[in-house]
Structure formats: C-alpha cells, structure tokens
Design a binder for this molecule. Structure first.
Ligand SMILES: Nc1ncnc2c1ncn2[C@@H]1O[C@H](COP(=O)(O)OP(=O)(O)OP(=O)(O)O)[C@@H](O)[C@H]1O
Ligand SMILES: [Mg+2]
Length: 468
C-alpha cells in the first residue's frame, strides 16, 4: 500500500486510532488472512462465526510484522484502527488510496460471463503499456474488490478490476470504491437470475458500471448483445462498440477456428485493419479479445502491435478454457470453473469446433442460481449439445437431469446421453469409455465437475494451455 500512518488511515475510514503512536506508518500490503501478512503491512480483522480475525491480531503484529490492525474490537497491546465494519472500512481505504494516485487509470469490467477472462486479457495488454495490477482470479465482490485495489501504488499505471453483482446497486457500490475511467461490459445473460428475478434486472445492474463513468471516460460495449449495446444511453462517456456487428467500431471480420478452437480474424478499427491469430480457445474469445483491444487502443497501443499482443494472450486464471492433451490421445477442455447457460453455450460451440472428425464427449454438471429458470436453462443447454451433434453426453447428478431431457428431446440427435449419480461415477465411466482421439468438455457450476477434470488431468502431458 502507499505509505499511510494509522492516524491517516483512521481519518479516511471514519475510524479511531488506538495506538501508543498513531504515526506508525503502514508501507506493506493489506491482508485479511494473517498467514499472508508481511512486514510493514496492515492486517484487517473480520469477525466471523467460525474464525474471528481479532484472535490473530496479536500474532499478525508480533510474528508477521504488521504495523497495525484494522478491526472492530480492541485487542490488548495491538496498534489498531477501530471501526464499526471492517469490510466497509476496507472499501473506504481503497478509495482513499486510489484518490491519491492521479496517474492511475482504473479499468472496470462487468458482465454475466467472461469478466475474469477479459480482465486477464486486458491486464496482459496494459502490462505492455505500464505497470499493471490485475491479479489472476475473480476478486469481484465487496471484499476482493478493495483488496485488489489496495495493491496499487505510486508506480501502478493500470488497475484492472472485475465488478460482480448479485443484485441492484452492487456494481454501483464497487464503483464508489474504485471509480473506473474505462468500463467494459461483456454480456448480459442469466447467471444469478435466481437472485435478480429477470434478465432486465441483470441488465440494469450491469449498466451501473457505465453510469459511473466520467464524461472523459470510455465505455466499451458488446455490440452483439442487444442489452449491452442499449447501455450506450446510460453513460456520459464516449462509447466504443465491439463485436461482429457491421456497425461495431472495433470489429472482427472473417472469423475462423482452427482444430484447437483457436480463433483467427481480421481486426477492423477506424484506423485500419490487421490480421489476428489467437492462442486461446473458444469462439467467445473473439468478443473478449476485441474488448481488450479496444481498451489497449484507447490507452495508446499502436494498432500494428496488436497482432503480436493479441496472439500472445494466455488464460492465467484456472479452469477456464484450459485445453490439454493426455498421453492416451484424449484432448480435454477444462472449462469447469463455473457455468451458466451463456458460458455453457460458448463452451459447447468450442467443443463442436474442436471435435470436427473426432468423437466429442460433454461432461456437464448442475448450473446454480438459476431460480425459476433452472429447469429451462438446463434443458436449453442439453438441446444445444444435441443440436451441435455432441456424440456422448454425461450429465452429472440428478439436479442436472434436465440437461439430458433437453438433449433427448431433439428428435434427430444421433448421440447418446447418460445420467450419472455423482462425479465418482462419471470418472469411472470415463475411465472405461474414453479412447484416443476423443475431445472431452468438462463444465458445471463451481466444484460440481472439478473432481472429474482433476481425474482426467492425471494423465495430462505438457505443455498445457492454462497455468495450474
Ligand atoms: N464472452 C463470453 N461468453 C460466454 N462465456 C464466456 C465468455 N468469456 C468467458 N466465458 C466462459 O464463462 C465461464 C466463466 O468465465 P469467467 O470466469 O471469465 O467469467 P466471470 O464473469 O468472471 O464469472 P464469475 O461471475 O464466476 O466471476 C468460463 O467457462 C469461460 O470460459
Ligand atoms: Mg470472475
């Protein structure tokens, strides 16, 4: 963190310093896991039902070298900044730090799918332009957001932040913590529709990102998603449309996919056109990389650099479109991080593209948080799998059964589906059935298919697509 005394921190978080010397200065990172605290840092103690961070406050200072602790209860002998709610205080502290970094550009991303992926892509491009904070992983809520923002310091030029929402007002709140100058909205789908109630409400919530932009800002909007495109009227900022639509300002033409599902396209911009050949898999990476390119162009990257820069992009966050080969000739697409109908569709299209001339197997698990849309959402995914001609569909768990129902309802589907009780059963079946040449997609909402893909990975041969 930028150097701040406990007294200064108390002032900006609306707290009270409780320390013999309130001029003690924090110079190190802010951590809420006491094991990660480093000398000179600040430890944030959260009260918890199982674990109370305050129990670790003394050790964070004495053993790990923290300068002080931000928390809601005084601890004997520990220099503290006392607040009512440490979570709110962490947000305020992040905002105060960002306000002191005038040379920093904050780039915020939201959308139903592809926030982390696109954040990672944007971060790799901005890193070519200047010091960037864009850590791998999601960090998109009221805790992860300020935590990430607090990693910016006087050297940082670009802070790339994912903004998640489970309800109206969430993105707005995250924008108060870290006001973006550039905003990217990937898409509006049905993830978390259980909490939101309707797709319109989701669009409303995601659009709060562009509402937070200043007039001198930039909104990068997906031209191919009508609900995202419609957000143009909700911002004072300049709008750049990206996509395959003819009127998109930053556009992809002549998209093709190779045998590994990696897109190539012609990148068309107001300043010229260049050929792009991506190293990441999935047709949805076209839109994600267009958004990243639009951000980089706005920040001054020359168009001529983009073919190389886009071609070099990788997916550092785990379990997202991680394509790997096994010694037995089976290719696996690990997209198991999370799932909703939109990202399931993207992944099934990737499987179909990679499966030309090969047998395709989709191992699909339950999609959480769909609420009333749950049955239809699963059935829709099954239907698409069948329509795309997936050869073998393994549906994991009774809760995901409507995927199978959707698939078998497609009259002319030549494939087969099977419903297995759990991941272990899926692993057993795959061990018996998989043969050289197969392409296997593994996907479901968090952890529902992680054991399956981890078992498949045991026989992986390097080098692999994504980092592990
Ligand atoms: N543009 C896209 N359209 C559809 N699916 C996508 C897109 N980009 C990435 N995905 C897929 O969506 C899933 C989630 O990706 P990612 O983690 O990037 O999204 P996220 O929006 O950050 O999700 P979360 O809300 O869980 O944080 C992955 O399976 C990924 O491959
Ligand atoms: Mg994410």
């Amino acid at each position: 963190m930028i150097p701040m005394t406990l007294a200064e921190i108390a002032a900006v978080v609306d707290g009270r310093p409780v320390a013999d010397d309130p001029r003690l200065t924090v110079t190190g990172p802010v951590e809420f896991d006491s094991r990660k605290v480093r000398p000179g840092g600040l430890f944030v103690a959260f009260p918890g039902e199982k674990v109370d961070g305050h129990d670790y406050a003394a050790a964070a200072v004495a053993q790990r070298g923290a300068v002080g602790v931000l928390g809601s209860r005084a601890v004997d002998g520990v220099p503290m900044v006392l607040v009512d709610d440490a979570r709110v205080a962490m947000g305020r502290l992040a905002r105060a730090v960002l306000d002191r970094l005038p040379e920093l550009t904050v780039i915020g991303l939201t959308g139903s799918s592809g926030k982390t992926t696109t954040k990672d892509l944007v971060g790799q491009l901005t890193a070519r332009l200047g010091p960037t904070v864009a850590p791998a992983g999601s960090f998109n809520n009221e805790l992860g957001h300020p935590y990430t923002a607090l990693q910016a310091d006087a050297d940082t030029r670009y802070l790339v932040l994912e903004k998640g929402a489970r309800g109206i007002g969430h993105v707005r709140y995250l924008c108060e913590i870290a006001p973006p100058r550039i905003a990217v909205v990937t898409n509006v789908g049905t993830s978390h529709i259980g909490e939101f109630g309707s797709v319109e409400a989701i669009a409303q919530a995601k659009g709060e990102l562009v509402e937070a932009l200043p007039a001198a800002g930039l909104a990068v909007l997906n031209a191919d998603d009508p609900r995202v495109r419609a957000m143009a009227v909700r911002t004072a900022a300049r709008v750049v449309l990206v996509g395959e639509a003819g009127d998109a300002d930053v556009r992809a033409e002549d998209v093709t996919l190779d045998e590994r599902g990696r897109p190539s396209y012609t990148l068309v911009t107001p300043n010229g056109r260049v050929p792009v050949r991506l190293g990441v898999s999935g047709r949805h990476q076209v839109g994600n990389t267009l958004a990243a390119a639009a951000v980089a162009l706005d920040l001054g990257m020359p168009l001529a650099e983009l073919p190389e820069a886009l071609g070099a992009l990788v997916l550092p966050s785990t379990r997202r479109m991680d394509v790997f080969d096994r010694a037995d000739g089976v290719t696996v697409i690990d997209d198991s991080y999370n799932a909703n109908p939109g990202s399931m569709a993207a992944a099934l299209h990737a499987l179909a593209a990679m499966g030309r001339g090969r047998r395709t197997v989709a191992v699909l698990g339950y999609m959480a948080e769909l609420g009333e849309f749950e049955r239809d959402g699963h059935a829709q995914v099954g239907r698409l799998a069948a329509e795309l001609g997936v050869d073998r569909l393994l549906v994991v768990g009774e809760t995901a059964a409507p995927i199978r129902d959707g698939a078998v309802a497609v009259a002319d589907w030549g494939g087969e589906s099977v419903l297995v009780t759990d991941q272990q059963a899926a692993i057993g079946l795959l061990r018996r059935e998989l043969r050289s040449g197969d392409v296997v997609l593994v996907k479901g909402s968090r952890y529902r298919t992680w054991d399956v893909v981890d078992a498949l990975r045991e026989a992986a041969v390097g080098p692999q697509g994504g980092a592990r």
